[in-house]
Write a protein that binds this ligand. Sequence first.
Ligand code: AHR
Length: 492
Amino acid sequence: MEKYLINPNKKIGTISKDIYGHFSEHLGRCIYDGIFVGEDSPIPNVNGMRSDIVEALRDMGIPVLRWPGGCFADEYHWMDGVGDKSQRKRIINTNWGGVVEDNSFGTHEFMELCRQLDCDAYINGNVGSGTVREMSEWIEYMTFDGVSPMAELRRKNGREEPWKVKYFAVGNENWGCGGNMTPDYYAHEYDRYNSFIKDYNKDNHIYRIACGPNTADYDWTEQLMKISRDRMDALSLHYYTLTNGWQDKSPCLDYTDGEYYRMVAHAYGIDKVIDGHLRVMDHYDPEGKVDLVVDEWGTWHDVEPGTNPGFLYQQSTMRDAVVAGLTLNIFNKHADRIKMANIAQLINVLQAVILTDGEKMLLTPTYYIFKMYKQHQLNTAIDSYITSGMLDSDKGAFPQLIESASMDENGVITSTIVNASMTDSAEIKAQIADRSVTDIKAEIVTADPRAYNDFDGRHPVETTEFDDFAASADGFTAKLPACSIVKFTVKC
Ligand code: AHR
C-alpha cells in the first residue's frame, strides 16, 4: 500500500489557468483543414471556424492559444495576412512541407478564433526574418485605440476596437529555426526588439516572453538571464518527449513495451530540466520576477504512415494520455514559477487534443486529460507526496505514481494521480492533514496502454466515473488500475 500525504496547510502558489494552454501553428492540418475550414465550407462553421471543434475546446477549458508558430513565426510577415483575402500573398511554408500558404487565416481570423473559444491570445513575433518596425507595428495594429497609421489600417480592415494581446513572444527557437543565433547575440536582439514593444493601450500590458532554451541548454538560460532579465516577463522552454531521439523516434501506434517506458521516462525528465533552469534563473533573479513558460511540450512520434512527413500528423494513445497527465502534474507542482505552458499542438499536429478527417473529428486521450484537469485551473497548488515503486526503462527509472494536488477557495481538494505501469495496479492510502473528509468523487481515464480513439467509431479512451475507493475520516484508500489517470475531488 503506497502512502499519499496531502498537506493543504502548505501552499505552493496559484495554478495559472494558462498552464493548460495550447499552441496552433501554420503547420500541416492544424489551422487549414483543422480548425479553419472557411466560411463556404459544408462543415458547420461560424466565420470559418468549425463549430464542433470550438464547442469541444470550450468544453475542455482552453485558457490561452499561441499563434502563428513555432518555426513559422519567424518567417511570418503579418501584413501578408490582413486586408482583402483575394489580394493576400501566397507564400511557401518552407518549414512545413513546402506547401502554399495563402494567408487566408491571419490576425483578424486568429482573434476571431480566440473570441469564439473565449480564450486569451498569445502572439509570437518574428525576429529571424522580420524587422523591429514590423513587430512594433503589429502590436500597434492589434492594440492601439487612438489615431495612428496602424490603428487606422485595422479599422479600414473592418475592426474598430483594438484586441487584447495578453502574451507576446519575441521570436521562436532563435537558437535554431528562428535564426541560428548564439545566446548572447539573441539576448541583445531581444533587448533591441523589446525596446519597441510598446504598451500602446494602457489597459493592455504586453507580457513579454524571451526565447528560452531547448530542453537542457542551461547556458542559453544563463546568458539570457545575465543580459536581459530586467526586460522580460518570462523565458520560454521547449521540451519534446521522444522515445529514442530525433533521428530514431517510435511509431505513434503499435510501439513496444520498451518504447512505452522510454517515452514515459523521457517525459518525466522534464521535472529535472525545469529544476535546472529555475536554479540558473534564481541565481540571477533571486526574487523570482522572471517566470518560466513551457510554450512547446508534448510527444513527438513518427508520423502516421502515408501522411506528409512535414505535417507531423500522429495518432494519440493512452501512452500520450499518461505523458499529458504526468507532465501537467509536474507543472502544477511548479505553480509558483511556471505561468503558462502550451502543448504542441491543438489539432492534427503532434500531441493534438483533436484529430479531423474531412467532416469527422475525434477527441484524443490527451483531450480527456486536459478536460479532467481543468478543475486545477486557478486553484492553489498544495504540498503533496506519494510513495511509489520505480519503473525501469533504458532511459532511466521513474516513479510508477506521479501526482499533484490543489485546493479551491472553498477548501475542496483536487488530486490527480497517474499510474504509469502498463501492467500493475497500485493501492494507495491518502491522508489529508488537519481535515475531515465529508465527500469524495472520482473520475478515471484508463484503457489498454496502446488504445486510441479512431474515425471508425471505436472510442475506448474517455473519462468515466471511478468508484474503486473508500473514504476514511481523514482521507481515502483506492486501487488505481494499470495505465490510468484518476482524479479525486475531495470535500473536507
Ligand atoms: O511544434 C513543431 C515545431 O517544433 C515548432 O514549429 C518549433 O518551434 C519546434 O521545433
